[in-house]
Design a protein around this ligand. Structure first.
Ligand code: SF4
Length: 212
């Protein structure tokens, strides 16, 4: 890591913070159980769609214990519109069973423990740790963070784990939680996958991928 790279990463976070002072997780949830379920369901699906599905799911299964006892077909039916519903139903019920069996019904608070749960990889674990528990153990790398980190020259990597490692090296721990929210927000509003709106981007003067 060069000093210039770290300075640029800091500038990116500072400018995006100015632009999106309220950046936060868009998944509706009332507790860590609802957040971990919503995050698993958000794979390959928009947060809006997840937010449409989860009220019905949590009405039927309001606790991790109730989801642990659920019948798979009824969960599949409830999460169908989030896509890949068979896998997702299996993941969330498997996660719930393990949380009940191994963690006394409380969503665990460490990366190592979260990674033992079905359907939970580092992205989901980082969302839960950062949003539900305020713990910065890593940086959320979803499709937006992946794309923007590369366009902004914060990483040359393509593997989410290596991208996360680069971001963790470039940025102070105090910025890790916000960085995910900020890059996701900017990716949704300005730096879209197909057609980035470089002409109205506050990073265009220094972004190596700017077309403006
Ligand atoms: S200048 Fe363009 S490519 Fe760079 S971050 Fe902004 S929108 Fe994305």
């Amino acid at each position: 890591m060069t000093r210039a790279a770290a300075e640029w990463a800091k500038t990116v976070v500072q400018r995006l913070r100015g632009e999106y002072p309220d950046a936060r997780c868009a998944l509706l949830h009332r507790n860590p159980y609802e957040l971990i379920v919503s995050t698993i369901l958000s794979a390959q699906c928009t947060d809006e769609m997840v937010n449409r599905v989860t009220p019905g799911l949590f009405r039927r299964y309001p606790t991790v214990e109730s989801l642990a006892k659920a019948r798979l077909p009824s969960v599949e039916k409830l999460v169908k519109s989030t896509g890949f519903f068979r896998n997702k139903a299996k993941s969330i019920t498997g996660m719930a069973k393990k949380v009940v069996a191994d963690f006394g019904g409380a969503v665990p608070r460490t990366m190592d423990e979260l990674l033992t749960l079905p359907g939970v990889a580092r992205k989901t674990a980082n969302v839960v740790l950062g949003v539900a528990f305020g713990k910065a153990e890593g940086v959320v790398v979803d499709t937006h963070v992946h794309r923007l980190s590369r366009r902004l020259g914060l990483t040359k990597e393509d593997d989410p784990k290596k991208i996360e490692r680069d971001l963790m090296e470039l940025l102070p721990r105090a910025d890790w939680i916000d960085t995910g929210h900020l890059l996701i927000g900017h990716g949704r509003r300005v730096c879209a996958a197909r057609k980035p709106a470089c002409e109205r981007c506050i990073l265009r003067d220094r972004c190596p991928s700017s077309t403006a």
